[in-house]
Design a protein around this ligand. Structure first.
Ligand SMILES: C[S@@+](CC[C@H](N)C(=O)[O-])C[C@H]1O[C@@H](n2cnc3c(N)ncnc32)[C@H](O)[C@@H]1O
Length: 274
């Protein structure tokens, strides 16, 4: 592939290092794996957010029953499980033991017997040891400083497609920035696409919006863990959302109306492997 400059790879690393998520890990002293191990509300969160929704429909259009799919950063199985309902075999690459437990719980609840786990970071996986791979998916797992190498290894490993799902924007980004000092989002889909462009690839991109309602108390509990929002900051956030008319009552309990935008970034790798 054509070599060009590496400004976007550098920008990616800087944004990652300055991100609220990294600051949170530094403040708590948790490794990324420990952070995900202890994210006990993660699975319940997915019951409200309509994720992966239409993103999954798009990906599944390109997966057939003969395929082996590698799902990188599989988490609790949001992609792995629907992929395993269709594909011959799904390899879930997931370094957090807590997330692997959640994933395997879902896999057995669904009665699936075609999922295997590689309990490592993608950077530590030898792609050759995976055997032939048709499709690679990677969603919201791009805590990879050397993003260019990580992407390159995905593209070389998949014979048909690579599907990346990454952050575009959400409704709480601005309210959180007003409450958390030095609030910094990590690199977004725009960075990801530009790194691919620097590598000589022209990716397809679709931005998909999810609208959903979530109990306010539960959303604040999640933010308390994920963003380290103190009870006082949670109160301030709730007040600002109430003032903005974003909260309504359902069966007596406050419910928050939210939106989230995901980007599906994809490459057909059969024409990349020369
Ligand atoms: C936000 S969750 C996403 C889970 C799932 N893909 C989804 O979309 O719901 C991020 C997951 O990526 C995993 N992860 C983080 N860094 C990773 C890496 N370098 N390689 C593979 N997985 C990683 C974490 O352990 C975590 O389970």
């Amino acid at each position: 592939m054509q070599e060009t400059g590496s400004n976007w790879s550098h920008a990616w690393k800087e944004r990652l290092r300055q991100s609220n998520h990294r600051t949170r890990l530094q403040k708590t002293g948790l490794t990324s794996e420990e952070f995900w191990d202890h994210f006990s509300t993660w699975q319940k969160l997915h019951t409200y957010t309509n994720y992966p929704g239409r993103i999954m429909d798009r990906i599944l259009q390109h997966v057939d029953p003969k395929d082996t799919v590698v799902d990188i950063g599989a988490g609790g199985g949001a992609l792995t499980v629907p992929l395993a309902r269709v594909a011959r075999h799904v390899v879930a690459v997931e370094p957090s033991p807590g997330q692997v437990d959640r994933l395997m719980h879902e896999v057995s609840r669904e009665g699936l017997d075609n999922v295997t786990v590689v309990a490592k970071r993608w950077e530590d996986v030898d792609p050759a040891a995976l055997g032939p791979v048709d499709v690679i998916t990677a969603a919201y797992c791009f805590q990879m400083e050397d993003i260019r190498t990580a992407l390159d290894r995905m593209i070389c490993a998949a014979s048909k497609h690579v599907f990346l799902v990454h952050f575009v924007d959400h409704d709480l980004a601005k309210p959180l920035a007003r409450i958390i000092d030095d609030f910094q989002l990590g690199p977004d889909y725009h960075h990801l696409n530009n790194v691919l462009y620097e590598m000589g690839y022209h990716a397809g991109i679709e931005i998909i919006k999810r609208d959903f309602d979530i109990p306010l108390a539960f959303q604040l509990e999640v933010l308390g863990y994920s963003h380290g929002l103190t009870p006082e900051q949670q109160d301030r956030l709730a007040e600002s959302l109430l003032a903005a008319g974003r909260i309504r009552r359902q069966n007596g309990a406050p419910v928050l109306s939210r939106w989230y935008k995901d980007a599906l970034v994809w490459l057909e790798t059969d024409c990349c492997q020369d």
